[in-house]
Design a protein. Structure first.
Length: 430
């Protein structure tokens, strides 16, 4: 896949015309929808609340970052295991799980305060290009299995899923490369619509949920107290809740990686302006609010970053409106049901491009920064990061489990700090 080196069509602070903006925003809604609703489905939580929480969380993030970063927040997969265990240990009660995520939100705020006090110069030391490049590649390629599985490219896969995924992929790719005018910047929306039509033709779309849904449905909000309109749970600070907190170390690492990817796509340094302290506060408070109303933890979404990379539309206005649409949709039962009928094959075909774009931007970092792989030091760092990040490696430390991007980044940072530079090694006469 060619790496996107063209300038942005719409920069962070620019706004598209109203009608175009609406379509661009819906493109982001489609990109995040599948993964955002999957987390609550796995945990047995209300999908409508997760959808509302992603929207309100994104708006909170925009306020915290002074509307300077085009990030969309959706349901986090990193907390699924810890939350599921907490819910099971509490006999199905969500109190411990929600309390744990609320505490995670406070951990983010504390981390943001520390970053504000010590500055961000340490980022350049800990995350030079030789670490950032492979980290970004791991983020994109680490999601590749999900895209391939959803597309049906597995042993015994249904040919219909494969066909729909390929059609979706080709529509998206050709619209992005050959499309004219406005169509060129909504390739994913075109891909989803075209893929959905083909999926209906081959009979893999189940429209039953649409008929069962009401036009207007109040999301099933939960709060730490009960009212006439809200169900309740109680805050619980036992070990089941506290065990969720260490996962924040993993997601903070992913947070830095995701913002590094986006910075490269937008030719900015978001970790320095508006600053890591503001992005952490936005992400953390979003999760805190989501858990308070009964939703899952939130996180920055690679799917939406991929959309920005492909379309070169980085407008915060587009992201903000996507968040508003998500909140409105959480109250529209039939519309939410309609989107939920989009087959995984359609999302899989689209994701092959989305995740590939993220990985390609990691390669772009290494090329632009002219990282010399003739030096064994750089070869060792990149190789170890890619193998650990993509090989399924897991490191369990008590309640904390490091894997994927977090483990890869940790290995890269440590190796970068301890391995001598070859010129230093030679200067010592060794």
């Amino acid at each position: 896949m060619a790496i996107n080196t063209k300038p942005l069509l719409l920069d962070v602070d620019e706004k598209p015309p109203v009608l175009k903006g609406i379509l661009l925003s819906f493109q982001h809604v489609f990109a995040m929808f599948g993964a955002t609703i999957l987390v609550p489905l796995i945990l047995g939580m209300p999908v409508s609340v997760a959808l509302f929480a992603s929207g309100i969380g994104t708006l909170i993030y925009q306020i915290a970052t002074k509307a300077k970063v085009p990030v969309y927040l959706g349901s986090s997969f990193a907390y699924i295991t810890a939350m599921a265990v907490a819910i099971e240990q509490m006999g199905g009660d969500i109190s411990a799980a929600q309390t744990g995520v609320i505490l995670v939100g406070f951990v983010y705020v504390i981390a943001a305060i520390l970053v504000k006090l010590v500055g961000t110069k340490w980022i350049d030391t800990l995350l030079p290009p030789i670490v950032i490049g492979p980290m970004i590649m791991v983020i994109g390629l680490g999601l590749a299995n999900s895209a391939v599985t959803n597309s049906g490219f597995v042993s015994g896969g249904d040919w219909r899923n494969i066909f729909v995924a390929v059609v979706t992929f080709l529509i998206t790719a050709f619209v992005n490369t050959k499309g004219k005018g406005f169509f060129k910047i909504i390739p994913f929306l075109c891909g989803v619509i075209g893929g959905y039509i083909v999926a209906m033709m081959v009979g893999i779309v189940d429209l039953t949920p649409i008929g069962q849904a009401n036009w207007f449905e109040m999301p099933q909000f939960y709060l730490p107290f009960e009212t006439e309109y809200f169900q309740s749970y109680r805050l619980y600070f036992g070990p089941e809740a506290l065990a969720i907190i260490p996962v924040a170390l993993v997601t903070i690492s992913e947070h830095i990686g995701d913002h590094t990817v986006l910075s490269k796509i937008c030719n900015r340094q978001f970790l320095k302006e508006p600053g890591l302290s503001r992005t952490l506060i936005g992400d953390g408070v979003a999760s805190l609010v989501s858990a308070t109303i009964g939703g899952p933890a939130n996180t920055t979404y690679g799917e939406n970053t991929g959309v920005i990379g492909m379309t070169r539309i980085a407008s915060v206005s587009v992201i903000r409106n996507a968040a508003i649409f998500a909140m409105i949709m959480s109250f529209l039962g039939k519309f939410t049901a309609l989107i939920s009928t989009i087959p995984t094959a359609v999302l899989g075909g689209m994701s092959i491009l989305l995740y590939g774009v993220i990985a390609s931007n990691g390669l772009k970092v290494l090329i632009e920064e002219q990282v010399d792989f003739g030096k064994i030091r750089n070869l060792i760092i990149a190789s170890s990061m890619l193998v650990l990040g993509l090989g399924g490696a897991t490191l369990d430390i008590g309640y904390l489990s490091l894997s994927g991007t977090a483990l890869s980044a940790l290995a890269g940072i440590i190796l970068n700090l301890v391995l001598p530079h070859e010129e230093d090694y030679q200067a010592e006469g060794k």
